[in-house]
Write a protein that binds this ligand. Structure first.
Ligand SMILES: *[C@@H]1O[C@H](CO)[C@@H](O)[C@H](O)[C@H]1NC(C)=O
Ligand SMILES: *[C@@H]1O[C@H](CO)[C@@H](O)[C@H](O)[C@H]1NC(C)=O
Ligand SMILES: *[C@@H]1O[C@H](CO)[C@@H](O)[C@H](O)[C@H]1NC(C)=O
Ligand SMILES: *[C@@H]1O[C@H](CO)[C@@H](O)[C@H](O)[C@H]1NC(C)=O
Ligand SMILES: [Zn+2]
Length: 362
């Protein structure tokens, strides 16, 4: 028989179990198939209905929905936003795993961490766990298709190969460097700029909100890099210095977690020149902060990163992504309090003092 103290203990244990259930029930440290990820999205939206909604914003070549999770506290006002997409390249399985981890982390943190709560009030997070749905499904089909990269649309008439490299298909110096016009190539850029429905979906969703989107993060593997615009060496982002500075600090944050070294730079500087990437397109649309994450590893396992590296990879990448998100948020909502910002604030104070408005609302 249980005395009341023991009963209380049992009740307490059940409460603790209930609170941690969510994390226990979905294994973020395994690779998940497309049906599992779709089901996960539905559950996340149900379990966190106060902050999460699913948005279907396009269809793949094979007519599957492309969906994202919109995460944020609704304020009734128009909000700024952060974009993150994963799985634009089918075989880079660690990327969708990271998007799921990222979502679970911000949903866990915002209730206890005032900074995350503030960010969720000021910004919405648009997270697409799997952008190239058809390709991802194909990469799960069997061992022969595991390393599929492109989408699944057929090549031009007469071509015997399928698929366009979606990250060469965007309207950003399209077709100029680091692409192939051979439809059998892994870097085939498509028959025209934005010819592919998956690229069109992103261009249309992001394009219609480009004034609100502060930051565009697109997640790939592998190579351990943070890439900034542009992929074409003839173009330089107007805020390249700031992009580098923030990227280098993010790489430091990554290194602090498990010691992994991520290089930072433009694609031609640290990887290879390319064109038509979604990152470059986002920057050309006026979205100030655009980064490609190339997650682990450095080539030992490549695209087939073992599951026992999912957790450390996600932990370090989360730290890097959060650094960028924090920076972008604070810059927008707190203003740089040194240099120009401080001068502007001082000038404002002078004006307010002069007209005698120094109380209440400040
Ligand atoms: C949603 O909540 C249910 C009930 O607590 C839980 O079993 C499930 O694992 C949760 N799903 C996710 C994806 O967190
Ligand atoms: C696809 O998206 C549309 C539009 O949101 C929705 O009505 C439909 O139910 C979705 N289909 C599936 C299979 O989820
Ligand atoms: C597929 O690849 C895995 C790992 O490389 C191997 O263990 C498995 O036997 C392969 N399956 C088939 C059917 O070849
Ligand atoms: C890749 O990483 C492994 C493990 O961290 C390390 O032993 C190896 O030297 C690295 N290789 C390169 C080419 O950096
Ligand atoms: Zn990639």
């Amino acid at each position: 028989m249980l005395n009341s103290a023991a009963l209380g203990f049992v009740v307490l244990l059940s409460a603790v179990e209930a609170a941690t259930n969510e994390r226990v029930n979905y294994d973020y440290y395994k690779y998940h198939s497309m049906p599992e990820i779709s089901k996960w999205m539905t559950q996340i939206a149900q379990n966190h209905s106060e902050v999460v909604t699913i948005m279907d914003y396009g269809q793949t070549y094979e007519k599957r929905n492309i969906s994202l999770l919109k995460i944020g506290l609704s304020t009734g006002e128009r909000k700024k936003a952060i974009w993150m997409d994963c799985g634009i390249h089918a075989r880079e399985w660690i990327a969708p795993a990271f998007c799921q981890y990222f979502v679970s982390q911000i949903l866990q943190t915002y209730k206890t961490d005032p900074k995350m709560e503030e960010m969720m009030k000021n910004m919405d997070f648009y997270v697409t766990p799997v952008l190239n749905v058809d390709g991802y499904l194909y990469s799960w089909k069997d061992n022969n298709t595991r390393l599929w990269r492109k989408n699944r649309s057929p090549g031009p008439p007469g071509c015997k190969c399928d698929g366009t490299d979606l990250n060469r298909n965007f309207d950003a110096n399209w077709g100029t460097v680091g692409v192939s016009s051979d439809c059998c190539s892994n870097t085939y850029c498509g028959s025209d700029r934005v010819s592919e429905p998956e690229a069109q979906a992103v261009a249309s969703f992001v394009g219609s909100r480009k004034e609100d989107i502060l930051c565009f993060l697109t997640i790939h593997s592998y190579s351990q890099l943070l890439l900034i615009p542009y992929g074409n060496p003839n173009f330089i982002a107007p805020n390249q210095d700031e992009l580098m500075e923030v990227g280098l600090a993010a790489a430091e944050a990554i290194k602090a977690v498990h010691g992994k070294i991520y290089k930072v730079g433009t694609s031609p500087a640290v990887l290879y020149a390319n064109s038509g990437s979604s990152r470059d397109w986002a920057r050309m649309q006026g979205i100030p902060f655009a980064y490609t994450f190339e997650l682990r590893d450095n080539g030992t396992f490549g695209f087939e990163l073992p599951e026992n590296q999912i957790q450390p990879t996600c932990e370090e990448a989360y730290s890097g992504a959060l650094h960028i998100v924090n920076y972008v948020h604070d810059k927008t909502f707190k203003g740089p309090m040194d240099g120009a910002g401080a001068t502007a604030a001082a000038a404002l104070w002078t004006v307010l003092l002069a007209v005698g408005v120094t109380s209440a609302s400040m």
